[in-house]
Design a protein around this ligand. Structure first.
Ligand code: PEP
Ligand code: MN
Length: 338
């Protein structure tokens, strides 16, 4: 349920509505927008009657939210959310380029990526230390040593770390090094992990699973937000279809759909969507054109030697070319690359 307040509602009107929601055993979520002040109500509100509120002073109208997710919905929060991380505000008006290797391999490899990002004026570096590999025989990542390498290079170059956390038991450890905690596609519905992330206040990059619907993605975001962490960035990274030329199928339509359904920022991962570096620049440009709030892209100093995902990693010259093209297009779309 949502209470929409009148323009001339007083602070006392608003506070007494909030008190009433709490007295009835529900949780109020106040959102003071530029145009409207509204208050979402969470809890099992099936037994709650609109008439409890619609005659209260200051209340203009009361609406039911039919969607199963609430805190993540546009109805609860009509203005878009911007999430500040490492000097970048992820959300409308900015197109964040998060780049770095698939896996942290060596100090030299990460240092060269960090140096390049700083040179390009970017602020966010990605890199996996705990890797969710389909095969147990594939490189599993360097673990905490990888986090140390990544965060040391990030510090030297004024960058913030975006890195994956695989399990709820690792949240504290990974939070010591990361500015953004990434939930990988394979963990989108790891509810124990989502609940643990709800207890932190660190921004979470939540990737859509390869077989997850948009609604399921938003429900997973809801788990994190319900726990008290409102800082969720969504990520479209391709879904599984019958097509085999690309690793996954980039569901570019998810970007405008999520923009309409949710106030949360949505970025695109063109690397895992396409699976082949040749297609990554076009998918990145499409993300910008579709209204995404950024991309997370894999780069490597020597892709053929990469321990994971070399085939889809851009080498540095190709990455710099892509950045030039994104920077050229962004102002035409009312945004700026950062
Ligand atoms: C990654 O970004 O390193 C990754 C493993 O991606 P995904 O979870 O989307 O497969
Ligand atoms: Mn990868």
């Amino acid at each position: 349920m949502i209470l929409i307040f009148k323009k001339d509602a007083t602070e006392e009107d608003i506070q007494s509505a909030l008190r009433k929601i709490e007295v009835l055993g529900y949780t109020p979520h106040l959102s003071r927008g530029a145009v409207k002040t509204i208050c979402g109500v969470t809890g099992d509100d099936r037994a709650l009657d609109e008439s409890e509120f619609d005659q209260m002073p200051g209340v203009e109208s009361v609406l039911r939210v039919l969607k199963p997710y609430k805190l993540a919905s546009r109805e609860f929060h009509p203005d878009p959310t911007r999430i500040p991380v490492g000097g970048v505000s992820i959300g409308p008006g900015s197109f964040a380029v998060i780049a770095g290797p698939c896996s942290v391999e060596t100090e030299g490899q990460v240092e060269s990526s960090a140096e390049l990002l700083q040179h390009c004026g970017l602020k966010l570096i990605r890199g996996g230390a705990f890797k969710p590999r389909s095969s147990p025989y594939s490189f599993q990542g360097l673990g905490e040593q990888g986090l140390q390498i990544l965060s040391a290079a990030a510090k030297r170059h004024g960058l913030t770390v975006v890195t994956e956390v695989l399990s709820e038991y690792d949240v504290d450890l990974v939070s010591r090094y990361a500015g953004v905690l990434q939930v990988g596609a394979r963990n989108m519905q790891n509810f124990a992990l989502l609940k643990a992330l709800g207890e932190t206040r660190t921004p979470v990059l939540l990737k859509r699973s390869m077989m997850g619907t948009i609604e399921e993605l938003l429900l997973s975001a809801e788990y994190i937000m319900k726990g008290g962490n409102p800082h969720v960035i969504l990520c479209e990274r391709g879904i599984r279809t019958f097509e085999t030329e690309t690793r996954n199928t980039l569901d570019i339509g998810a970007v405008p759909a999520i923009k309409r359904l949710s106030h949360l920022p949505i970025i695109v991962d063109p690397s895992h969507a396409m699976g082949t570096w040749h297609y990554v620049p076009a998918a990145s440009m499409a993300a910008l054109a579709a209204g995404a709030d950024g991309i997370i892209v894999e780069i490597h100093p020597n892709p053929p030697e990469a321990k994971s995902d070399g085939k889809q990693s851009l080498n540095y010259p190709h990455f710099e070319d892509l950045l030039t093209r994104l920077k050229d297009l962004a102002p035409h779309l009312g945004t700026a690359v950062n």
